[in-house]
Design a protein around this ligand. Structure first.
Ligand SMILES: NC(=O)c1ccc[n+]([C@@H]2O[C@H](COP(=O)([O-])OP(=O)(O)OC[C@H]3O[C@@H](n4cnc5c(N)ncnc54)[C@H](O)[C@@H]3O)[C@@H](O)[C@H]2O)c1
Length: 355
């Protein structure tokens, strides 16, 4: 591909902001030529925030995909819309980035992967954890033998509840905290183990009136899953919406000769005591008064900046992403979430029948 990758960004709110920040840092390889959101005010606010000029604006993704001359469509819309946007983009011959989860059902995910294949285009799955510098440093330490033979991983993403209304219903979100937050630790583990998991068993709060706190939310507000992998290692993965104080992205790795503890969100070099409070400290923090650890470069530390650059480079070279970041990896993460819900519902352990 000659020149910069031309991008149609679909969505102009929370995750679109994460992606726009990354596009603003890779203007040498990418150009956002159009933005689509049904709320036009969000488009102009987003463009203004990142000094984007000369872009086209749309309020309908079908019309945008039809009209915009681009190489790639970047989907930052609610989960249930990933499928429809991706299929429209592949029909037009565009590459696609899909935010997590790939879709709300494995059926939709399978159709997305098949459509990419049929169109001869790439479906890139945006699992930002795989670009978090701290996590990559930890994996390099594991690789050099710092903790001996890896045995066990414990990983979680938790906060006090999503800002987005679509997360409240299973139809629009696909489930509760496990599909929306737990998909990160799942994606990380599957990528680490090249999708070679053998068995899982899970429990959730159940959703609705059975939830711990969020009783009007259809999906579960707490979920935990134990997984075993082909090489004998195990993992304990957790997600919940009952954690106050800001988003927790925490990973612990244990080996025969040591262990590693990572905190992706609260490991700032700054400690601040503020009586009036800060404008912002970390994602989902309810208050910023008193002692806090304001993030230094949150979007970089959580991987978004390197993730977008990587996808732009893949797209420019016309190649698929590495394991963990391909459409089929997003699909496997979705299949695991589906089985987690089945395991919790039926009270059974589930073996991977695809190994
Ligand atoms: N990787 C991450 O860490 C991360 C973080 C947050 C969200 N996400 C993912 O990003 C996606 C979007 O989540 P969000 O938090 O940005 O949601 P959001 O609610 O902040 O934004 C969604 C936007 O989509 C627009 N929209 C809704 N329906 C539309 C339609 N039919 N046509 C055009 N625009 C429409 C809304 O107006 C809104 O601006 C979700 O899949 C979510 O899981 C990923």
């Amino acid at each position: 591909m000659a020149g910069k990758v031309k991008v149609l960004l679909v969505g102009a709110a929370f995750s679109a902001d994460l992606h726009m920040d990354a596009y603003a840092r890779c203007r040498d390889v990418a150009e956002v030529v159009a933005i689509c959101d049904k709320d036009a005010s969000r488009i102009s606010a987003l463009a203004q925030r990142y000094g984007l000029a000369g872009y086209e604006a749309f309020d309908d993704f079908g019309r945008a995909i039809d009209a915009v001359d681009c190489d790639l469509v970047d989907i930052c819309l609610p989960n249930f819309l990933h499928h429809d946007v991706a299929l429209a983009a592949f029909a037009k011959g565009r590459h696609v980035i899909s935010e997590k989860p790939l879709a709300t059902t494995t059926g939709d995910g399978e159709r997305m992967v098949a459509a990419a294949r049929a169109a001869g285009r790439h479906l890139y799955y945006a699992e930002d954890w795989l670009f978090a510098p701290a996590l990559n440093k930890a994996l390099a330490l594991v690789e050099e033998g710092a903790i001996g033979k890896p045995l066990y991983v414990r990983a979680r993403e938790c906060h006090s509840g999503s800002h987005s209304p679509f997360t409240q219903t299973v139809r629009y979100c696909g489930g509760g905290s496990m599909i929306h937050l737990g998909i990160h630790p799942i994606g990380f583990m599957l990528s680490l183990k090249k999708n070679r998991w053998t068995e899982l068993v899970a429990m959730t709060s159940g959703g609705g009136a059975a939830n711990l706190v969020h009783r009007t939310m259809e999906g579960e507000d707490w979920a935990g899953c134990m997984m075993r992998f082909e090489d004998g290692t195990t993992a304990l993965l957790e997600s919940n919406y009952v954690t106050s104080g800001g988003m927790e992205d925490v990973i612990d790795l244990y080996g025969t000769e040591g262990c590693l503890h990572l905190d992706l969100t609260f490991s700032s070099a700054i400690q601040c005591y503020s009586i009036p409070g800060l404008a912002y400290s970390v994602e989902k923090a309810e208050i910023t008064t008193g002692w806090s650890k304001p993030a230094v470069d949150e979007k970089f530390n959580l991987g978004y900046v390197s993730e977008i650059r990587y996808f732009m480079e893949c797209c420019a070279a016309g190649v698929d992403a590495r394991v963990g970041l391909r459409g089929e990896d997003g699909l496997e993460a979705l299949r695991v979430v589906d089985l987690i819900y089945r395991s919790a519902r039926e009270g059974v352990a589930i073996r991977n029948d695809r190994l």
